[in-house]
Design a protein around this ligand. Sequence first.
Ligand SMILES: Nc1ncnc2c1ncn2[C@@H]1O[C@H](COP(=O)(O)OP(=O)(O)OP(=O)(O)O)[C@@H](O)[C@H]1O
Ligand SMILES: [Mg+2]
Length: 313
Amino acid sequence: MLYGRMAERETVERLVREARSGVSGALIVRGEPGIGKTALLNHAAETAGAGDTGNAANAVAAAGAGVGGRGIKVLRGVGVEPEADLPFAGLHLLLRPALGLLDRLPGPQQDALRGAFGLGPARGERLLVGLSVLSLLAEYAGTGGLLCVIDDAQWLDHASAEALLIAARRLDGEGVGLLFAARTPGLPAPGLPELVLGPLDDRAAAELVAGHPPDLAGRVLAEAAGNPLALLELPRSLGTARPGELPLTARLQEAFGRRLTPCPRPAVPCCCWPRRAPASWDRCSPPPARSVSPSRTPSRPRPPAWSRCVTTG
Ligand SMILES: Nc1ncnc2c1ncn2[C@@H]1O[C@H](COP(=O)(O)OP(=O)(O)OP(=O)(O)O)[C@@H](O)[C@H]1O
Ligand SMILES: [Mg+2]
């Protein structure tokens, strides 16, 4: 269940409505880890009538569901970090269900996409691949509309990202909505509209922690600073934390791991939570049970004002 985010929901719902009525559009949803990008993309996919919220799953919307009672087709893709160096890996994940329509494209476009996916000789015509993606999506949309949902786009391989963005900039009357989510920074996409997700508002944040005892809920609200992942995860670890500690669950470590930095006060071994700093930011905790590997810490020095001291575990 999605709390708050009314304006953001409306923005992605409009993209779906317009795709259904034959108007194409693109949108990049941006924000820090855990801020709710995937949740919003799932909402868009459900709105489109797919009913399938799996990350890389592709689905055709069921008739009778979705915006205004009629579903539209949904294609889902995702950037996969281990495949970020493999040209066209992300595009292949997205387009697999549509490849049966390749024959409908002009010959050179067919050849370009076949070359990209190893179904024919590689041709290396980058613009043509992007234009072919646009043509294939238009064919797949038909007259009913199509929503493409591409999550974790910061991990798309360069060739896929380039082709998708070439297509996105040329969308017109195909009835295709292209909805990306990317962490910040990631997927530079000049010329395309962006929706930056900020913290949840106070009311939505309070709803997320409503099931916890008031003192724990109050501390979680203060520590999480509106990040939904932190709002959901911190109650599990804060309940057993020693005074002054801010422990991270495995999910939070996974989301923020690379951005944890050594404590700016070297005398106190701990690591730092890369968020806005409440007044109490400098309460360094005791040495962590498990420290963050130095190889995963960025070399760029962080301003102390946005660092927080935490333990991991
Ligand atoms: N508005 C919301 N209401 C309720 N739960 C939410 C909301 N936004 C996000 N969540 C939940 O918070 C958690 C983190 O959200 P989500 O996975 O969408 O973040 P993300 O921005 O995609 O993070 P990442 O960059 O790591 O992929 C999920 O469990 C999600 O269901
Ligand atoms: Mg996500």
